[in-house]
Design a binder for this molecule. Structure first.
Ligand code: SF4
Length: 313
């Protein structure tokens, strides 16, 4: 068993509150716990942990592995803390994943000397392998620093998680975080508010969009599996608004309609409100789908107008 500290670093600019917990850290934390590891999750903004507080956690928790989820707006603190971890104990393995390391590739390790391994794309297989002690050179989907000599290496990606694999992932475990500390996304329809990833990937090719983590291959969770998560969030977390955080909720119309039907059939259109992101495209968005969304309790839609220039799409 290893002690594994998972961190969502504070932002490069001042921020008073955090809207949602990191879905990646919740999921990875659950998977690592199921493997028998001792996991602690820290969101620096929501948990009001500053640099000194982080070093206190490091001393008390004594992690074997520290994992950072890194979006571009979290790079500054990631650099500071990862160097701090290495100065404290160079045997601690430092891992970074998320959109920024995925987009930068090997360059990420050049810019972050305190990080041993950067995970690109979906991180479930890589992080659980690292926790099991698999040598870096055999972990799929990572760039890494050789522990002796510091030269860099790159491994091939793992296969994308299939629909069946996504359905088999653990559901979010509340004890990993204090849910009261998250404000939800403005404007909040009802509180408390939480997001659900019901699919991964987007099949469209907008040239300005990186999609560095989930890629181009659309994979849809089963509507039944999604409803299991919706019911858990309603019943155990007390959630009253759900944000389907998919890149494009209407990428597959039939699947979206099936999910909306299930929401209505189970009565959740009266218990919850929902928000979704839709692509504006006359083949997948029309009045019939909009009426269906409204009937299922969707109150807020992000329209991805994407671009006014057809060549960019
Ligand atoms: S539709 Fe949205 S998520 Fe998909 S490629 Fe375009 S901008 Fe990215």
């Amino acid at each position: 068993m290893k002690n594994i500290l998972l961190v969502s670093p504070s932002r490069n600019y001042p921020m008073g509150n955090e809207m949602y917990p990191s879905g990646a850290l919740l999921l990875l934390g659950m998977m690592l716990r199921e493997q028998g590891h001792n996991v602690k999750v820290v969101h620096m903004v929501a948990d009001k942990v500053d640099r000194l507080g982080f070093y206190g956690i490091l001393r008390d928790f004594r992690p074997d592995i520290v994992g950072f989820t890194v979006s571009t707006y979290q790079t500054r603190m990631t650099g500071i803390l990862s160097m701090g971890v290495k100065r404290y104990n160079s045997d601690i393995i430092t891992v970074a994943g998320g959109s920024h390391p995925s987009a930068l590739g090997l360059d990420f390790l050049l810019s972050f000397p305190g990080i041993d391994v950067s995970v690109y794309g979906e991180g479930e297989v890589a992080l659980t392998d690292i926790a099991r002690g698999v040598p870096f050179r055999n972990v799929k989907g990572v760039h890494y620093r050789h522990r002796r000599g510091g030269t860099l290496g790159t491994n091939a990606p793992p296969p994308l998680l299939t629909t069946e694999a996504l359905d088999a992932l653990p559901l979010p475990d509340k004890p990993l975080i204090d849910f009261k500390r998250y404000s939800g996304l403005f404007p909040v329809g009802r509180r408390p508010c939480m997001f659900v990833m019901s699919s991964r990937g987007c099949p469209y090719q907008c040239s300005f969009c990186s999609k560095s983590v989930y890629g181009n291959t659309l994979r849809l969770r089963s509507p039944e599996g999604i409803m299991e998560e919706v019911e858990l969030l309603y019943r155990d977390w007390g959630v009253r608004e759900i944000h389907f955080g998919d890149d494009t909720f209407n990428a597959n119309r039939e699947w979206a309609s099936e999910l909306l039907d299930l929401i209505i059939k189970r009565g959740f259109h009266k218990k919850l409100v929902f928000r979704v992101a839709l692509r504006v495209n006359d083949k997948i968005l029309d009045m019939e789908l909009l009426r269906h969304l409204k009937a299922a309790g969707v109150w807020f839609i992000y329209y991805g107008v994407e671009n006014g220039d057809q060549d960019m799409l």
